[in-house]
Design a protein around this ligand. Structure first.
Ligand code: FEO
Ligand code: CA
Ligand code: CA
Length: 644
């Protein structure tokens, strides 16, 4: 068995781009590519917008006939209209301001009269709601003056800057309302809230209270401060928000060899998650819990999914150990009345796995209280893909298969804490960095974004390209019919929906495969993309794919839209382009489909770019302001469904 190890600081782009890893068994995949196999019903192309070109400049780009609005940027106040002054920013100020590097966006509808969060969520109000936004990580060299480059910023961060960073990570909840065709942040709303690295949280599920989660500050192993690496996320029909702890390992410094006695077993666990790597952040110099030599177990309290109720500004977030501990990209829910809920989640690292959780209890759309604990009791499974296009979900249950004492698993808590090792041991399929996984609300098929894996040397089922630099998208079909599939079943079929890359690339490993239209239409020079990361579905079931890595192919990251069924299946069109250095995250539609919210993350993150000398200053282009990660609201001029 091999371990997949990400060396370096997973909280940083720098280390994010230099992962290492090893593949496992070499098995050729016999995948069907780009829509040749479809269990999905007919659907004409409802995407009639005018495609934008591939480009790479300092602006963002939208199609003709659309308008974009910068709704909120790093440093903007959540309570008043004062101007952001980065030179005098304090941690206390940052705690009430919009955080850095916005990622996941969830629009949670608000209505005037609601007894609970489920009633708000079910209202479908598209004019007023809460925007719930993750802040994945911080970049001192772009946030503060005086750092020479990214490495200098991360390894030599001043204490006062670390304190600001801790308040710039996490999550923002802010009330928004549509006035005419413009969105407005309600600056003094009681709902407005920041969740940060210092917010108290409860740990729930089988690993809560386990000795491996007990620290000097919390001998109970059930209370933890803060959340880290909040990448993508999800929403539940009972009105809570799920935020993923992804690249948290880079926050923990220290020597793995210092782990002795009972803690010695954490060496392999931590190495698999890049905890204690030599180029990790140095927060632990100022705060002992981030130094494994001083607090050997704090790192086991991160790497979980976090659930919280955005409609209650005093609610305490809960870390859900049921969903396993790894580098969660996000989690999305399938909830059908009278059935268990299913939660899909991916581990975004090279040669890692994707998972689903099936609740023990059933979802009841009419009983708010009964749904609150659904994610706290159930079974987690890892996906195994077979060469013949079939697949199975393998249970991660203590006492079954290799998950027994002889192999170092002494409880369900051990299985969940060391989820990567457990999934590897039971034979899950190592993937090319599973990012978002989401189920299409119309055809009920599930789609897995696999962003890239340049370390892959041999193929695995579902991962058919060695040195996969362009990424791909898998389609998962559970038993049932189009539009009504049983996601609780443990068998499925898979096929390849799209291979990223140019369709005529001379490099076989980068050659893209897309659908073909009814008149022989093929993907255009602007319609192809690479490195899929996040995704959303509009209410007609069109897939909207956000990318992170297209600059390697000499054009901006952005958003591409495509049908998943019908004659234009898997034929993408280019809708949005980022400013240089940025990736695009969090595509999120209002329930009426008339507003698309986008998170532009790490703008101007380019070689040589610093706070003092950035390559550009998007979106303000003001010499007194640095480039600022920002959330955009995009609408069709005159109204109407986005994409039409
Ligand atoms: Fe934070 Fe997997 O992207
Ligand atoms: Ca992502
Ligand atoms: Ca990303």
């Amino acid at each position: 068995m091999t371990s997949s190890k990400k060396t370096g600081n997973a909280l940083s782009r720098r280390a994010f781009l230099k992962n290492t890893g090893k593949g496992s068994a070499a098995i050729a995949a016999t995948a069907t590519v780009a829509g040749q196999l479809s269990g999905c019903s007919d659907q004409s192309n409802s995407l009639s917008f005018t495609e934008i070109p591939h480009s790479l400049d300092h602006q963002h780009h939208i199609p003709e006939g659309y308008q974009s609005q910068v709704l909120m940027s790093w440093g903007d106040s959540l309570s008043n209209e004062d101007t952001f002054a980065p030179a005098t920013l304090t941690a206390e100020q940052q705690a009430t301001r919009f955080g850095y590097n916005n990622d996941f966006i969830g629009f949670m509808p608000l209505q005037d009269k609601a007894d609970n969060s489920m009633q708000h969520a079910k209202s479908g109000n598209s004019q007023r709601g809460l925007l719930c936004i993750n802040h994945e990580y911080t970049q001192p060299h772009l946030m503060f003056s005086g750092y020479q480059n990214e490495e200098d910023g991360e390894l030599n961060t001043r204490k006062e800057h670390i304190a600001i960073e801790h308040q710039a990570c996490g999550h923002t909840i802010m009330e928004v309302a549509l006035d005419g065709d413009q969105w407005r942040v309600i600056k003094d709303s009681d709902y407005n809230r920041r969740i940060t690295v210092t917010t108290p949280m409860q740990i729930t599920g089988p690993a809560a209270g386990n000795p491996r989660l007990q620290t000097a500050a919390d001998p109970t192993g059930t209370e933890v401060y803060g959340t880290l690496g909040n990448c993508a996320g999800g929403k539940t029909p009972w009105g809570t928000v799920l935020i993923a702890e992804e690249g948290f390992g880079g926050a923990f410094m220290g020597d793995l060899n210092s782990l002795q006695g009972d803690d010695a077993k954490e060496r392999d666990n931590y190495e698999r998650l890049s905890i204690g790597s030599s180029d990790n952040r140095q927060w632990g110099k100022h705060e002992p819990r981030f130094n494994i030599e001083k607090e050997p177990r704090e790192a086991n309290r991160f790497g979980w999914m976090v659930e919280f109720n955005p409609y209650d500004p005093h609610s305490k977030p809960r870390k859900l150990t049921t969903l396993g501990r790894f580098e969660h990209e996000g989690t999305t829910i399938v909830a059908k009345p009278g059935q268990p809920i299913v939660a899909y989640t991916g581990d975004d690292d090279e040669f890692q796995f994707f998972y689903k959780f099936v609740s023990s209890n059933n979802y009841n759309p009419d009983d708010y209280e009964s749904n609150l604990g659904l994610l706290e009791e159930g079974t987690l499974y890892a996906a195994r893909l077979n060469e013949d296009g079939s697949g199975e979900w393998l249970p991660l249950v203590y006492g079954q298969s290799f998950l027994i004492d002889r192999f170092g698993f002494h409880s369900q808590a051990d299985v969940l804490i060391e989820c990567r090792r457990a999934a590897e041991m039971i034979g899950a399929t190592p993937m090319d960095r599973p990012e978002d996984i989401e189920t299409n609300p119309v055809n009920d098929c599930t789609y897995v974004m696999l962003t890239k894996n340049k370390k892959r040397k041999t193929t695995d089922p579902g991962n058919m390209r060695p040195k996969n630099t362009a990424g791909h998208i898998l389609e998962i079909l559970h038993p049932g019919k189009d539009g009504n599939r049983d996601h609780t079943q443990l068998k499925f079929n898979w096929n390849t929906f799209i291979l990223g890359g140019h369709p005529n690339s001379g490099n076989q490993n980068e050659r893209g495969f897309y659908g073909t239209g009814p008149k022989g239409e093929t993907v255009t020079e602007d319609g192809w993309f690479a490195t899929p990361d996040n995704l959303a579905f509009d209410k007609l079931g069109n897939m909207w794919v956000a990318t992170d890595g297209c600059e390697k192919f000499h054009f901006h990251d952005g958003l591409w839209a495509m049908p998943t069924s019908g004659p234009y299946r898997a034929l993408p069109k280019h809708f949005f382009g980022c400013p240089l250095g940025a990736e695009i995250c969090g595509p999120e539609f209002t329930p009426d489909g008339e507003t698309l919210f986008l998170a532009v993350q790490h703008p101007a993150d380019a070689d040589g770019s610093t706070f003092d000398n950035p390559v550009h200053r998007w979106p303000d282009f003001d010499d007194s302001l640095p480039p600022r990660p920002s959330v955009l609201a995009i609408r069709k001029k005159g109204g109407g469904r986005v994409g039409s």
